[in-house]
Design a protein around this ligand. Structure first.
Ligand SMILES: [Zn+2]
Length: 214
């Protein structure tokens, strides 16, 4: 099962990808992890992508595509994978079509207001860099792992968030129609609680699995 999850930041896309990956034993492929891994291995693509990230720019489509290609061709992806953060525009989706075919695309729809509210509530530990989402912020202002101070990242200030949401609407949202034409889109309300979203995705995948096993 080759799954893609699309949603703006704050929709819970990363969390849901992890949950599906654990339950169905499929590797979770996030572009963030791919970049970090390639940089650790000091590959040419890793070093190139890092130079974009350091400047706060998006990594060029062809570089990301090559990194994703390397990743999905690894052994652990034979049974499928959960893609998170790629493709993020039509150009990348077309490139991905040449590498592999997706089976299912889940779209987490969320209003801009809720995304902004959730993201501005997000905090990061200034020591161990753990990120606390709006739901996991229990102890006010203190990291539960290292007791470091929780601060707001510049990325999570409302002007930066609005800019990212604009890019999402302009570049990523057209993917929904792109995959609708292939008949593999399933839209879910991301305004719901994490558990409810997970339940909806899971019941859908279970149904698909039952059909396949019949
Ligand atoms: Zn910490």
């Amino acid at each position: 099962m080759r799954i893609l999850i699309i949603g703006p930041q704050g929709s819970g896309k990363g969390t849901q990808s992890k949950l599906i990956s654990e339950k169905y034993k499929l590797p979770h492929i996030s572009t963030g992890d791919i970049f970090r891994d390639a940089l650790l291995r000091k590959t040419e693509l890793g070093i190139k992508s890092d130079s974009f990230i350091k400047k706060g720019q998006l990594v060029h489509d062809d570089i990301v595509t090559n990194l994703v290609k390397e990743r999905v061709r690894q052994k652990d992806c034979r049974e499928g994978f959960v893609l998170d953060g790629y493709p993020r525009n039509i150009n990348q989706a077309r490139a991905l079509d040449k590498i592999t075919n997706l089976d299912k695309v889940f779209v987490l729809k969320i209003s801009d207001d809720i995304a902004i509210k959730r993201l501005t509530l997000r905090r990061q530990c200034n020591k161990c860099k753990t990120i606390y989402s709006y739901t996991s912020l229990k102890k006010k202002g203190i990291c539960s792992k290292c007791k470091g101070k929780l601060i707001q990242r510049n990325d999570d200030k409302s002007t930066a968030i609005k800019k990212r949401l604009d890019i999402y609407h302009k570049e990523t949202e057209p993917l929904i129609d792109y995959y609708k034409k292939k008949g593999i889109v399933h839209i879910i309300s991301g305004n719901q609680l994490v558990g409810k979203i997970a339940f909806e995705i899971d019941s859908f995948l279970q149904k698909e699995k039952d059909i396949l096993e019949l």
